[in-house]
Design a protein around this ligand. Structure first.
Ligand SMILES: NC(=O)c1ccc[n+]([C@@H]2O[C@H](COP(=O)([O-])OP(=O)(O)OC[C@H]3O[C@@H](n4cnc5c(N)ncnc54)[C@H](OP(=O)(O)O)[C@@H]3O)[C@@H](O)[C@H]2O)c1
Length: 214
């Protein structure tokens, strides 16, 4: 989700003006209904009380029909570690969670992790890359990931060649934190679907692009 002038940063990205269709049908719906996991950067989770899943009854049924568990695996990327004791996302035993972290982060979180068997850390030490971590995820059965941001993590994933499809909604209004584009450089991509909002969502543009392999 980006504002008309290309910013993605906002405490609540909904305030950028993408509308309800984007939120319920795209963001919490089609973009993750068949995903094994949702991946998010720690800055996007911090201070919130969200579980990244599908919630509309029809999408819940579609996910079930596709043979997926009720909730996607939650993956949080954090090098420094996150406050596991304090946030909802890390304290729902029925929701499997994977932390993509670094040796420093695991040291900070070791004690909190000990009593939470539903959380699995993957430690990316300096000799390994995000690609290695994704291979480990694949071996754990996590094949299709919906990465919801923010922009720092998104850029790393794109640069590592780990992104195939890009779903980007642009609001009709300028706003957001200045200088926070989804990706700073040019993207080698081809738009395969472009839809425009109607009635009170006139001006919203939804695009699905396919990134060409680097
Ligand atoms: N417009 C939208 O659609 C949208 C979507 C999502 C978020 N947002 C907004 O964007 C802002 C946050 O975005 P952001 O770009 O600042 O942060 P972000 O990408 O959500 O998170 C960055 C953090 O992720 C961790 N990280 C990044 N790469 C990693 C790696 N390779 N391995 C392990 N951990 C890694 C680090 O966490 P540590 O610091 O813990 O080490 C890093 O500080 C918020 O305002 C949020 O509301 C907007």
């Amino acid at each position: 989700m980006q504002s008309l002038d290309g910013n993605t940063g906002a405490r609540d990205p909904q305030t950028l003006g993408g509308g309800e269709t984007d939120k319920h049908l795209i963001y919490e719906g089609l973009a993750r209904v068949s995903a094994d996991a949702v991946l998010v950067g720690s800055s996007t989770v911090r201070g919130g009380s969200v579980v990244f899943s599908v919630w509309h009854p029809e999408l819940v049924r579609l996910r079930e029909t596709l043979g997926h568990p009720r909730h996607p695996v939650q993956i949080v990327a954090t090098r420094r570690g996150v406050p596991i004791d304090r946030e909802l996302l890390y304290n729902v035993p029925s929701v499997r969670l994977i932390l993509l972290t670094a040796p420093g982060g695991i040291n900070v979180m070791r004690e909190a992790l000990a009593g939470r068997p539903w959380i699995t850390p993957i430690v990316v030490d300096p000799s390994r890359t995000l690609v290695d971590a994704f291979e480990e995820l694949r071996a754990m059965g996590v094949r299709r990931i919906s990465a919801v941001g923010g922009r720092h993590l998104a850029a790393e994933l794109i640069d590592a060649g780990l992104v195939q499809d890009l779903y980007l909604t642009t609001s009709p209004a300028a706003g957001g934190e200045p200088g926070t584009p989804m990706y700073s450089g040019p993207l080698d991509s081809q738009t395969v679907v472009r839809k425009r909002g109607t009635r009170h969502e006139a001006g919203v543009v939804f695009e699905h692009s396919v990134l060409r392999p680097t």
